[in-house]
Design a protein. Structure first.
Lengths: 323, 323
């Protein structure tokens, strides 16, 4: 049993509090995708809910214990989820985002009634600004992946996977700040230790993956990826410690593979995935031999994508990558 | 309580037998779509399963009581579902389809191990041929919408909707052979009689809708619609009788509205829908005044669509219909 910051009893408690609209999400075999990829593929679909990503699990849990106001930095999905959960509990929600963040995601955050503040610079600049707002206004700061509730919320996906762990031998998880990977990883290592947990990050935003391999925090000066949901530069030491306990591997994938993964999810599974949600398929595309014949589950963690970019990425003319 | 052919106790029994991968599907509010349509929109999503349509509910139920062999006519979705359910129970499945049927759907039926027989003519010709095969080989014929198990399977969607009927006042259902509409309609009229049940069919395949309005079977000489899943010409008298008891209205929509509906589901909900699955949104688009401010639920009943056609229908350049 991994001695991470997470505790499975608390994750079960979270499951009781989270709005059921975010729970018990579909988990099913996609044979058309399997035929293309040469391995069994099970989809854990986290997009069929009011905020189109898994982040509602964490924001439901954290807002159930809050009153007044809360602020977070977000690339877009946490902000939407916090706005949704906060609205139904009468909280004042402020979201800080980079001016470079997906316009589509920012529009959704505003539509959900949150106060949106944009900053120059990237996601790390938004994190700094959110800290300052929290101090200035004396309100709760929600820090994705650092605040244990965000990991516990994501970990409820792990409970659902563990219940059916006989259906797969490998789980592929998008790696950004680390809440999804450490949360799901913790539960699987405790309840289904035979399942291999592999994290996937873009080559263009590799900080946490490099940190995992070097077993120390490695930062980067910039990020360069379309996978906006996972583009951090400063890994959180506590999260890295947990990740070292629960991840069996962490791999980096190229942008062309992320795009091919999105296209395969559309063409062969009929699913719209944002770039971060295609990281698992991208990992299989980059190393078909490794996964050949295995039974792989992957979490399709979000579908919040601007349609103009999405159409470009998945358009007919694009040549599919055959590595 | 409507005196249809259906019985709610049997529908609950079906729920116990159907593979859970087809049950308890997502039901959630989509505010982005609501903002576009001017009414509350709840999605009941029936595409996140191994056959990407709701038909598995009925084929699970019917095959649980079968041994040996079974034959059906199908526009594509029933055939896939029967192949899937039959394969896991060791049944020999034959599917008869029109040579005009969606190539994509036919490929999936073959991939699932069923014997596929193509006939000249349309879906009604396939129905005739399936009857003949059944007689010749002495095997069970599964007739969609006529065989009560197909209605009872679809009706399990109604049980799930009825549990949360406080969330909507209107349900929009695709109307083809009638299994979905009579099944869901029966349950709602019994358990949530305040909910208005509206069926939606393409103007290009209007036989059952015309029959409902005239209270007698009306056939057509041909069909002309991209909604291949609902393109029948010969309504089944027993099904019409049930539909007369459970439907509050039946409306016809134009092809341009079906296409606009598919595009809106993609752009504002991130969902791939086949034409039949966009009929509900099409109905709202054709009569915004009728639905303004109401809380509408619609069943997104399938996503099996050939991607070349789908890309054409939902491509960027297309002008959205503003009726």
């Amino acid at each position: 049993m991994p001695r991470t910051r997470l505790d499975t009893a608390r994750i079960r408690a979270a499951q009781q509090v989270i709005d059921p609209v975010f729970l018990d999400t579909p988990l099913y075999s996609c044979e058309a995708l399997a035929a293309e990829l040469g391995c069994g593929v099970r989809i854990k679909l986290e997009t069929a809910n009011p905020v189109r990503s898994f982040k509602g699990r964490g924001t439901e849990w954290v807002t159930s214990r809050l009153a007044g106001a809360v602020v977070c930095a977000s690339a877009g999905n946490l902000g939407q989820a916090l706005a949704w959960s906060g609205r139904r509990r009468g909280l004042r929600v402020t979201v800080v985002a980079s001016h470079l963040a997906s316009t589509y995601k920012l529009d959704r955050i505003r539509a959900l009634g949150a106060t949106l503040e944009l900053v120059d610079g990237d996601f790390e600049a938004a994190r700094e600004r959110a800290v300052n707002i929290s101090r200035r206004d004396g309100i709760r700061l929600l820090e994705d992946s650092l605040d244990i509730e965000t990991c516990e919320g994501a970990a409820t996906i792990g409970l659902e996977l563990a219940d059916r762990a006989d259906e797969f031998d490998t789980v592929l998880l998008a790696l950004g700040g680390g809440a999804l990977a450490t949360g799901v990883g913790h539960v699987l290592k405790e309840l289904a230790p035979g399942v291999e947990v592999i994290c996937v990050q873009p080559l263009g935003a590799p900080a946490l993956t490099r940190s995992w391999h070097e077993r120390r925090v490695v930062t980067t000066d910039s990020t360069d990826t379309i996978a906006d949901g996972v583009a951090g530069r400063f890994p959180i030491p506590d999260v890295l410690d947990d990740l070292l306990l629960v991840a069996d591997d962490a791999v980096l994938v190229r942008e062309v593979s992320i795009i091919a993964g999105m296209r395969m999810l559309l063409d062969h599974a009929g699913l719209v995935a944002e770039p971060s949600a295609a990281l698992g398929i991208a990992a299989i595309l980059e190393n078909r031999e490794r996964f050949a014949g295995r039974r792989v589950a992957t979490v399709v963690c979000g579908s919040n994508v601007a349609m103009d970019a999405y159409r470009r990425w998945t358009s007919e003319g694009r040549v599919e990558q055959r590595p």
